[in-house]
Design a protein around this ligand. Structure first.
Ligand code: NDP
Length: 285
């Protein structure tokens, strides 16, 4: 029998814990959300983040850059990221092509870099450093695996996707848990042959329903990170996995929607609260 690994119990447990921690400190904890333009996917994500924040008593502040303001971006971002009353920063990517993304990411102070965007944060993850935050989606995958007690030491994990926000950081998080990890991408040969060998298959591809029966095995746990416009149902979203075809075969699988995506925003809030605590401790030293 296959098991559907829903994201909501994981997200609810995280949110409940963060809400309790916020109410205990009796201070305003603020997440800064930086958005460029009006992309529908960014607006959708932003709405979800704001909803989650208000449900747990966290403040959120949205900073929008419209096209006309692009030339002043660096100066304005500098002021925002260094504002003492903003404790964590999330920045929707990809940034518009005329903006130097790397330069912007570097402007986020490490202690507020709750979505693991700048090089110091990535370096800390690479070297096993503490007190920094892995990208939220990668951390959400790990949170789900832990919540459902899915064993990682010695397990063979195959990740499809090597982005800086999902595939690469997740490979390091899994490695830190003593899993054996392979990353696949668009140049990987005989992809299905590789993915079939995995104990845990994680897809972060951005290709609707690409993963079909030939990519999986019956003992597998499948985490579908993809959020794609569903070609069969206009206005709806689907994952990278053909859920109808794959879910009856594998042992466990996350749905889309209702899987990893719902945990990501909860993790974002958890990271923000931890950042707030670390900043408060640093201030009192
Ligand atoms: P990117 O476009 O940055 O990366 C996609 C990766 O998939 C690349 O490494 C690419 O390979 C690989 N890829 C693309 N096509 C193929 C193919 N046919 N075969 C094998 N590999 C392929 O995407 P992201 O990592 O940002 O996002 C991936 C998916 O996850 C998207 O659907 C996105 O919407 C979703 N997402 C979900 C989040 C959540 O909270 N659930 C948060 C962030 C993203 P190559 O490097 O060679 O180009």
């Amino acid at each position: 029998m296959n098991i559907i690994l829903k994201g909501s119990p994981v997200a609810n447990a995280i949110k409940q814990q963060v809400a309790q921690r916020i109410s205990a400190v009796r201070q305003t904890v603020t997440l800064g959300i930086i958005r460029f333009g009006e992309k529908p996917s960014d607006l959708y994500y932003e709405k979800n983040i704001q909803k989650t924040c208000s449900s747990i008593g966290m403040n959120s502040q949205v900073i929008v850059f419209k096209k006309t303001a692009f030339s002043h971006v660096e100066k304005k971002i500098n002021a925002i990221v260094n504002a003492a009353d903003i404790h964590g920063i999330v920045l929707f990517s990809p940034l518009p092509p005329m903006i130097d993304s790397r330069a912007i990411y570097q402007m986020i102070p490490v202690e507020k870099d709750i979505d693991g965007l700048n090089m110091h944060t990535a370096g800390a993850l690479y070297t096993g450093g503490s007190c920094t935050f892995p990208p939220c989606t990668a951390d959400a995958c790990l949170a789900l695996l832990k919540f459902y007690n899915i064993d990682l030491p010695g397990k063979y994990c195959v990740i499809i996707g090597r982005s800086l926000t999902v595939g690469k950081p997740l490979s390091l998080l899994l490695l830190n848990e003593n899993a054996t990890v392979t990353i696949c991408h668009s140049h990987t040969k005989q992809l299905a042959q590789m993915t079939r060998q995995a104990d845990i298959l994680i897809t972060a591809i951005g290709q609707a329903r690409m993963i079909t029966a030939e990519f999986v095995n019956k003992n597998q746990t499948v985490l579908d990170v993809g959020i794609n416009a569903d070609p069969h149902r206009p206005g709806c979203y689907c994952g990278d996995v053909d859920f109808e075809q794959v879910s009856p075969i594998v042992k466990r699988i996350t749905p889309v929607p209702g899987g990893i995506g719902s945990i990501t925003t909860a993790i974002l809030c958890e990271h923000t609260f931890t950042a707030f605590q670390q900043q408060s401790t640093a201030d009192t030293k």
